[in-house]
Design a protein around this ligand. Structure first.
Ligand code: IFM
Length: 466
């Protein structure tokens, strides 16, 4: 089957009944976004440049040379967007704080106008009965900090801790749930090794240094949030751990899969949840001349007790031994694809969650992102003008069923945030890839519900009423 055919597969799950999901009445239902992807207002009220402003204005870095200068103009339309969350009856909204808006340059005092925006957002959410879940760092490092070495410099971890204190000091009386980092794998590997994300560097040893400094920053930030926020603060971190399957049963394939699991899952979860780096991974990194820059006491800081673990899941990886020492990703031609094109494999989510439960003394888990980009331009519109995005609806339904299966196997998953509340700036792909459950017309900034949003809303309500 060609890629095009696989992307156009008819939706076998349309009409999945909300009642079919065996989730508890107190399961948390939410939607997520991040600052650079939706806010716009890039140079307003004292905000300075982040690495994503610089990178997205580098010709050729982003598809169509798109950037986040305006994005969804959420900075100006925030009350309207919160009203959408309310209309959908969601319990929680996960957003991120723009570091260069709150603390331009990444050092020194807070920018009052920047913090005011999040103050208003939090009050608007609480006024509508929606719990704010704040992510501290969703990739928009102040450019000045990058100029000083970025995440490959140890000092950036301490700067994140200062930022955490500013944010929690102002919002911590009302924001209960804090996520220190979103997907440190992407910040480090896509940003510093593969160069397809900001800051666009391609130096493997710098990426490895970034991993450690991000995790150190997480631990320091967690301490400062707990000190600055109310004693009710709940602190967690969000990973996108890979769910790896070996392509075959040959020892070489099994070893390659173990290696990929080390680089994509254990390298992050072991230090945070077990207080140590996996030896096979550190040996491999040393062998490649890219040691983790660990200093005495770091692992104690990194392994702060967590109140919850955030897990983002989109696809799984099938891995075979490569010609070189590098594991090789093998496409699964039997699986349908999203527009990214990412393989759709809900069982991978069950297996990932069960694997975390098996391998770690994990705190309660929340799925802090899950969703899919599809080409919505081919969707019909209903009489009320809402987009009938049946494939996204099916994707959400099938992945929520996967969460329910993990729970049935003993995993303490307590909530689910759809990625994303609305179509937005999808990083290197620009505005061409739409993950929203709400459609955004970027020319007019008009928002329009999609059927996936209605399905999520009905399912949340039906589950609560069970
Ligand atoms: O849009 C991103 C998000 O910012 C981080 N997780 C994956 C999403 C889809 O690529």
């Amino acid at each position: 089957m060609s890629t095009e055919q696989r992307s156009a597969l008819p939706d076998p799950r349309v009409g999945t009944s909300p009642a079919a999901l065996d989730l508890p009445t107190d399961f948390l239902w939410g939607a997520a976004t991040s600052a650079y992807q939706i806010e716009g207002a890039a140079a307003l009220d004292g905000r300075t440049a982040s690495i994503w402003d610089t990178f997205s204005h580098t010709p050729g870095a982003i598809e169509n040379n798109d950037h986040g200068d305006v994005a969804c103009d959420h900075y100006h339309r925030m009350p309207e967007d919160v009203a959408l969350l309310h209309e959908l009856g969601l319990d929680a909204y996960r957003f991120s704080l723009s570091w260069p808006r709150v603390q331009p340059g990444g050092r020194g005092p807070a920018n009052a106008k920047g913090l005011d925006f999040y103050d208003r957002l939090v009050d608007e959410l609480l006024g509508r009965g929606i719990a704010p879940w704040a992510t501290l760092y969703h990739w928009d490092l102040p450019q000045e900090l990058e100029d000083a070495g970025g995440w490959s410099a140890r000092d950036t971890a301490y700067r994140l801790a200062d930022f955490a204190e500013l944010a929690a000091g102002r919002l911590g009386d009302r924001v209960r749930h804090w996520i220190t980092l979103n997907e440190p794998f992407c910040s480090a590997v896509l940003g510093y090794h593969l160069g397809c994300h900001a800051p666009g560097r391609t130096h493997f040893p710098s990426a490895v240094r970034a991993v450690h400094h991000l995790l150190l920053g997480h631990g320091l930030a967690a301490q400062r949030i707990r000190a600055a926020a109310s004693r009710h603060a709940r602190v967690g971190i969000t990973f996108n751990p890979s769910q790896v399957y070996a392509a075959g049963t040959e020892p070489a394939d099994l070893a390659a899969a173990h290696q990929a699991d080390g680089m994509g899952r254990r390298l992050y979860l072991d230090p945070v949840l077990l207080g140590r780096y996996p030896t096979d991974v550190t040996e491999e990194l040393d062998r490649r001349g890219a040691p983790l820059p660990v200093r005495g006491g770091d692992l104690g800081v990194i392994a702060q007790p967590l109140d919850f673990l955030g897990v983002n899941y989109y696809f799984s990886d099938t891995i075979a031994a490569g010609d070189t020492k590098e594991p090789r990703r093998v496409p699964r031609t039997d699986l349908p694809l999203t527009a990214m094109p990412w393989e759709i494999h809900p069982q991978g989510m069950t297996d990932l969650l069960v694997g975390i439960h098996r391998d770690y003394p994990a705190p309660p888990i929340y799925v802090t992102e899950n969703g899919a980009a599809f080409d919505d331009s081919t969707c019909d519109t209903d009489a009320e003008g809402r987009l009938q995005d049946t494939r996204r609806t099916a994707y959400l339904a099938d992945h929520l069923a996967a969460v329910a299966r993990a729970r049935a196997q003993g995993v303490d998953v307590r909530g689910y945030f759809a990625w994303s509340l609305m179509d937005n700036f999808e990083w290197a792909y620009g505005y061409g890839k739409r993950f929203g459950i709400v459609h955004v017309d970027f020319a007019t900034q008009q928002r329009r519900l999609k059927h996936s949003a209605l399905w999520l809303s009905r399912t949340a309500r039906a589950t609560r009423a069970r």
